[in-house]
Design a protein around this ligand. Structure first.
Ligand code: GBH
Length: 523
């Protein structure tokens, strides 16, 4: 099953000479599936594990925390998730952060990526009042990590906007750039001494597309094709502002790094022998990754010309007086250009692309319609959990190569999230296999293709609140017992496997192998 799609891929490269630096030919495209990896992680390569505040902390109204858009949205829409859940308690990390640090230690990783809940520090959103209890929570967490030499990598914004700003239009309001800078300054002042790696924003694309451009995520604005681009625009400007704030006022004394995290599905042509499908795949990458990456990482800056042209033309045909994609000023283009010390990359899965003028469920206008590509997945790919998620390891290598081709090797890639969705169980053989194969593809990208990858964070430390999927779709390498008040954390096989990778800095495909009749993926 795997080899047939590999053959298709191989022939596409041979016939059409797609010039990946990545030469993913033949059966090697899937890499190893037994034995010990021939490549190992360099000594200074960061191996870590990721979480996000809203998905784990709970204590939504404790310790002086203010309301975020996700609190309000879930409370007002109790049936939004399939299990009618909220994140009011989640993994209860607000009270059980020492348990978190204990399992992070058990993994042996050097670095823990977490996010700060903006409204825990600034309950009103604005910096005129700083909540001492919220500050103390993060200080305690950082102290606990420091005891064991675990470095925190901190995301300032992982989607939990203080509600007060939403009432003012959220990220569609240009004033947000100032407010985000105010918040960042508070965070840098409070924690800059211990936090040496910062990310400004997690996945602007997923946040703005799902939250502003559809009703899939809070705040569910459904401002198709208009609000989503405004959100993107001001969130990018807010990122640049905060990068320069750090660079100017904090880097001299703290010597840290700061960047952004972008999400990328890999886009393969549905039929690699069709020119139009190959174009559709490239267009998808330009519209959904380069739209964010170009302003920051390209030599010329700004939105990509093809994206600009496409949205301008479609806007005009639709009778809009000007493009739905806002323009950066010359100064803003300069501010964004080069505004990231690394390329934070979240990668999960691959989709197959074919051009389409209209699909059921698309709105006009919308970014889906602007992109003009129909997405599907290969039914032969394993699909162990969430609807959008299937397993195609070579997509990871191709994503890393695509980024490298477009933006070069000067700025290192740090994989800030990668992991597998399933429906639970401690014997998570599918997750073990996913990590082994995906991490091996990353090693191939590094050693065989010359891509500059300097870190990798497994998503996620433990089962958590998975947004639209509530607690049904699981990504944790530790199981969390959501029925017990202690929210007991138990290692899954994938945690043991990851610990072995961290310990040996290699992948041993035989370390954990499923029994011949693997039917028991349940706790
Ligand atoms: C990441 O986003 C998040 O950073 C993290 O918080 C989350 O827990 C993790 O991934 C796992 O989901 O895009 O139309 O196919 C991934 C973003 C957003 C990808 C919703 C899948 C499904 C709808 N995900 N999306 S669509």
């Amino acid at each position: 099953m795997q080899s047939s799609s590999v053959v298709v891929l191989g022939s596409a490269i041979l016939l059409y000479g797609l010039s990946w630096p990545c030469d993913a030919r033949g059966s090697d495209a899937y890499g190893l599936d037994s034995g010990l990896s021939n490549y190992s992680f360099p000594e200074n390569f960061i191996l870590g594990v990721s979480t996000a505040a809203f998905q784990i902390e709970g204590a939504w109204n404790e310790g002086g925390r203010g309301e975020s858009i996700w609190d309000k949205f879930l409370h007002e829409h109790p049936t939004y998730t399939p299990d009618n859940s909220s994140a009011d308690v989640a993994a209860d990390s607000y009270h059980r952060f020492k348990d978190d640090v204990r399992i992070i230690r058990d993994l042996g990783v050097s670095t823990y990526r977490l996010s700060i809940s903006w409204s825990r520090i600034l309950p009103n959103g604005t910096d005129n009042y700083i909540n001492a209890e919220g500050v103390q929570y993060y200080r305690n967490l950082f102290d606990e990590l420091a005891k064991y030499n675990i470095t925190p990598m901190v995301t300032l914004f992982h989607w939990d906007l203080p509600q007060m700003f939403m009432d003012l239009g959220g990220w569609t309001n240009p004033e947000m750039v100032d407010y985000f800078e105010d918040y960042a300054r508070v965070a840098f002042n409070l924690f800059g001494d211990v936090v040496k790696i910062w990310t400004t924003i997690n996945e602007p694309h997923q946040h703005c597309y799902n939250g502003y451009g559809t009703d899939y995520f809070a705040p569910a604005l459904e401002s198709y094709g208009v609000g989503e681009y405004l959100c993107d625009h001001y969130i990018l400007l807010a990122h640049a502002r905060v990068y320069h704030l750090y660079d100017r006022e904090f880097r001299p004394k703290y010597k840290g790094k700061i960047g952004i995290t972008l999400d990328a599905f890999w886009a393969d042509p549905l039929d690699p022998t069709k020119e139009e499908d190959r174009e559709a795949a490239e267009r998808y990458m330009m519209m959904n990754l380069a739209r964010y990456a170009n302003p920051i990482y390209s030599a010329e800056g700004d939105y990509p010309a093809v994206v600009r042209a496409r949205i301008n033309t479609i806007s005009q045909l639709q009778g809009f007086p000007r493009s739905r994609l806002p323009y950066f000023t010359a100064q803003e283009i300069e501010d964004l250009r080069g505004s990231s010390d690394f390329f934070g990359l979240n990668h999960y899965t691959t989709f197959l692309m074919t051009p389409s003028r209209m699909e059921k469920g698309w709105r006009v206008p919308s970014s889906d319609h602007d992109t003009g590509v129909r997405l599907s997945q290969n039914p032969a790919w394993p699909k162990p959990g969430a609807e959008w998620f299937s397993v195609y390891p070579p997509g990871f290598r191709k994503t890393i190569n695509w980024i490298t081709q477009k933006y070069g090797t000067k700025v290192p890639i740090i994989v800030t999230e990668n992991g597998l969705s399933d429906f639970g169980g401690i014997k998570d053989y599918a997750r073990v296999s996913y990590f082994n194969k995906y991490m091996y593809q990353m090693l191939l990208a590094m050693y065989e293709d010359g891509c500059n990858v300097q870190g990798y964070f497994a998503w996620t430390l433990m089962d958590d609140f998975e947004w639209k999927d509530g607690y049904v779709s699981k990504f944790g390498i530790y199981h969390v017992d959501f029925t017990s008040p202690e929210r007991t954390r138990t290692p899954k096989l994938s945690a043991l496997n990851y610990r072995e990778i961290v310990r040996t800095r290699r992948i041993n495909f035989d370390y954990i192998v499923p029994p011949k009749t693997a039917s028991s993926n349940h706790i």
